[in-house]
Design a binder for this molecule. Structure first.
Ligand code: G6P
Length: 609
């Protein structure tokens, strides 16, 4: 999704801005641009495609400046093109970069046309820059012009603004889209994600909704939504600049798949004493919140939604906690009814997904008393807006296709199932068993990663396929969904998941020798049922690929290939069975030569609706 970087310094900020854009590439984008103030002019360069293209343009025709803004754009209003790329400029006087969506852009555009403004793009953003320019006619300086302008904007935005009217002032505004200020020594930077600024600072100020910040080399003033001057705390980021390096791996995604054993150990760390979960490790108010739970409502998007689907089985089957789940974008508009005592659990890697944030607000509006976030980014909006945050400690996830965030979400959800389940019907013995399984997970995952070579050979059968079906039952149905999502996200093969029992109600019609059917077959109480479903595929000449618990004896009939997954106890098996499906998608994508870490049209963090 769109990324913002900006800076004001003694030095030339162009290299810092370009490096910042590179560090935001993982979020997904289709064009990039940069503008600086150079004397009395705004100089700007924009390019469709990779940041490297913009870099090449600047190398060919160098530009520099001690104040500038830059952007990676992910098209919403208007196709990816140079003219739609940011920064947008009005009358060589104001330049703006924008994340988010301005909902009343049409009205503003019509009014500005009457005033003689010419539009050079199809974006909603262009109205912001013209509005500021128009306000400059009467306002006392850029800051006041911006303050007047934002009052007229409806929708969500993070903005970086520069103007030749005040060439030593960088303005940053935040409403609904994240924006941070990086505090350097005698210099300030802005970005939509701390990762962009790690090479220049570890010290950050997180703007709050409605904030407008005026940055000069030696001074920073922040105004809140009511126009009061406010102090926001400076926070030290624990992230190191090299935390977002690929290391020796060819892609971030592969690195992140291999980081899972460590990420899960980190996530469990500090929550247990003598293998007993300490719920106060989640926060001083955790016990009080859990005591009031009568049921659970999970809200999430994408991969995080799949983690929630697994958790629903766990909450109900293991602990008899009533649990509902819905994709956030549906929940937010459905006028849902929440029974008293419903605990809202949001799940999000980034903590900035617009739909998940809006669903949380809707849940609060519908009377939810408490909201718990499961999130990977401590400084995110979701964490700040929740009563309790359970952090996954996966480390920065750069690959757009989520991997280690998913498995750490599952480990965290299982801890939550234990904590809440104790108040319901989770037997002690089962709690102890699950706890041991959680602790055994990193070792089990190490073993599953040894299947990499085998899975990579298997991938060769997929490179020419156009469709694939994934089957699972029980907790492994969402794992099949996640496997299908991974495959379609990065290899662009159309993949769908079905609960295996549903096969005969339609998808069986698709089965022929060209349709690979990937089945997740752990050794559990549903195995016999699943075997019948597999036979339905074999009998129709389908090509079965079965990820099977190693303790099982494979049947030899039909067109079937088995990949034996190291034995795993039942409850956490979904976490383990996810790994080979991630590897499969990865290797298929590599064979197809797609952009594994930044698949087309997708964004890492979807901060617009
Ligand atoms: C985007 C990403 C997915 C992610 C989803 C939810 O679609 O490409 O990988 O699962 O957003 O993101 P979140 O940060 O809320 O988990």
């Amino acid at each position: 999704m769109c990324g913002i970087v900006g800076g004001i310094a003694e030095r030339n900020v162009v290299p810092v801005l370009l490096e910042g854009l590179r560090r935001l590439e993982y979020r997904g984008y289709d064009s990039a641009g940069l503008a600086v103030i150079d004397g009395k002019n705004i100089r700007r360069k924009r390019e469709v495609g990779k940041v490297q293209g913009l870099d090449d343009l600047i190398k060919a025709d160098p530009m520099s400046g001690s104040i500038g803004i830059a952007h990676t754009r992910w098209a919403t209003h208007g196709k990816p093109s140079t003219t739609n790329a940011h920064p947008h400029v009005s009358r060589n006087r104001v330049a703006v970069v924008h994340n988010g969506i301005i909902e009343n852009h049409e009205d503003l555009r019509n009014a500005q046309k009457q005033l003689g403004y010419e539009f050079t793009s199809e974006t909603d953003t262009e109205v912001i820059v013209h509005e500021i320019d128009h306000a400059l006619e009467t306002a006392d300086g850029l800051l006041n012009a911006v303050k007047q302008t934002v009052k007229k904007l409806e929708g969500a935005y993070a903005l970086g603004i520069i103007s030749t009217a005040n060439p030593n002032l960088l303005i940053a505004c935040r409403k609904g889209s994240p924006l941070v200020i990086g505090v350097g020594i005698g210099e300030y930077f802005i970005a939509s994600d701390v990762a962009a600024l790690l090479p220049v600072t570890q010290r950050f100020i997180f703007l709050e909704d409605g904030d407008i910040a005026a940055l000069q080399i030696d001074q920073l003033v922040i105004y809140d939504a009511e126009d009061n001057i406010v102090q926001r705390p400076i926070k030290e980021s624990q992230l190191k600049a090299d935390a977002v390096d690929k290391g020796n791996f060819r892609h971030y995604m592969l690195k992140e798949i291999y980081e899972q054993p460590f990420a899960i150990s980190q996530t469990l760390e500090g929550h247990f004493i003598n293998h007993r979960l300490q719920e106060n490790s989640f926060g001083h108010n955790a016990g009080e919140i859990f005591d009031q739970v009568k049921s659970v409502q999970i809200l999430a998007c994408g991969t995080s939604y799949h983690a929630g689907l697994v958790a629903r089985y766990w909450f109900e089957r293991l602990a008899r906690v009533p649990c509902d789940i819905e994709v956030a974008s549906e929940f937010r508009y459905r006028h849902p009814v929440l029974a008293p005592g419903t605990l809202v659990i949001t799940i999000s890697q980034s903590g900035e997904t617009a739909d998940t944030l809006a669903a949380l607000q809707e849940a609060k509006k519908q009377g939810a008393k408490y909201a718990v976030a499961i999130c990977n980014v401590p400084e995110s909006s979701l964490v700040r807006e929740s009563d309790l945050a359970l952090m996954t400690r996966a480390g920065p996830e750069i690959g757009v296709a989520s991997t280690k965030a998913f498995t750490t979400q599952l480990a965290t959800l299982m801890m939550l199932v234990i904590a809440i389940g104790r108040r319901f019907h989770l037997p002690n013995a089962l709690e102890e068993k699950i706890t041991s399984e959680l602790f055994a997970l990193p070792g089990k995952i190490e073993k599953v990663l040894e299947l990499d070579g085998q899975v990579s050979e298997l991938a060769e059968q997929f490179a020419e396929k156009e469709h694939a079906l994934f089957l699972g039952r029980g907790t492994h149905y969402p794992i099949a969904m996640e496997g299908a999502l991974k495959l379609k996200e990065i290899s662009y093969i159309h993949a769908e998941a079905y609960p295996a029992g549903e096969l005969k109600h339609g998808p069986l019609a698709l089965i022929d020798a060209d349709m690979p059917v990937i089945t997740v077959a752990p050794n559990n109480s549903l195995l016999e049922k699943l075997k019948s479903n597999m036979q339905e595929v074999s009998a129709r000449g389908g090509q079965l690929i079965v990820f099977m618990d190693e303790t099982l004896v494979p049947a030899q009939d039909g067109n079937v290939q088995y990949i034996k997954v190291p034995q795993i106890e039942n409850e956490v098996a979904p976490i383990v069975f996810t790994i080979p499906l991630q590897l499969l998608a990865y290797h298929v994508a590599v064979l197809k030569g797609t952009d594994v870490d930044q698949p087309r049209n997708l964004a890492k963090s979807v901060t617009v609706e």
